[in-house]
Write a new protein. Structure first.
Length: 130
């Protein structure tokens, strides 16, 4: 399963970088983007080190609108999954071992690209997360 998660993460990262390069040429208007990669939740769940989570994967995307060359608004949704490793036995059976945990992220941001001279722009993007 770890090899599959790695392959999916790499494929999604490559696809999102390709899509980002194609969309970077747009100065204004609607923007659609996708992203993906690894997801590493809390590693040390208990003081003894008997329970932790494997590195999983995440996939997501969003919509945005570029108002002009300097301002944009964006909304984002991401799904992440990881698997628990639990060596603590409860009644002879590990309680969380092999359980898959899903996480959902959604948020929005306002992007402000600051002109820094010579025609280049730097991005400042405060996020609102729910």
């Amino acid at each position: 399963m770890k090899g599959f998660n790695t392959a999916v993460g790499c494929a999604l990262l490559l696809a999102s970088l390709t899509l980002a390069a194609l969309l970077a040429a747009q100065a204004r208007g609607s923007v659609l983007y996708a992203h993906g990669g690894g997801y590493s939740p809390t590693q040390d769940v208990d003081p003894g080190g008997f329970a932790d989570f494997d590195t999983g994967f995440n996939v997501g995307g969003g919509l945005g609108y570029a108002i002009n060359e300097q301002f944009a608004v964006r909304g984002d949704f991401t799904f992440a999954r990881s698997e628990a490793n639990d060596a603590r036995a409860v009644g002879g059976v590990a309680s969380l071992n092999g359980q898959e945990f899903n996480r959902f992220f959604y948020g929005g941001d306002i992007q402000w690209k600051i002109p820094t001279g010579a025609g280049s722009l730097r991005t400042f993007s405060p996020e609102v997360v729910r």
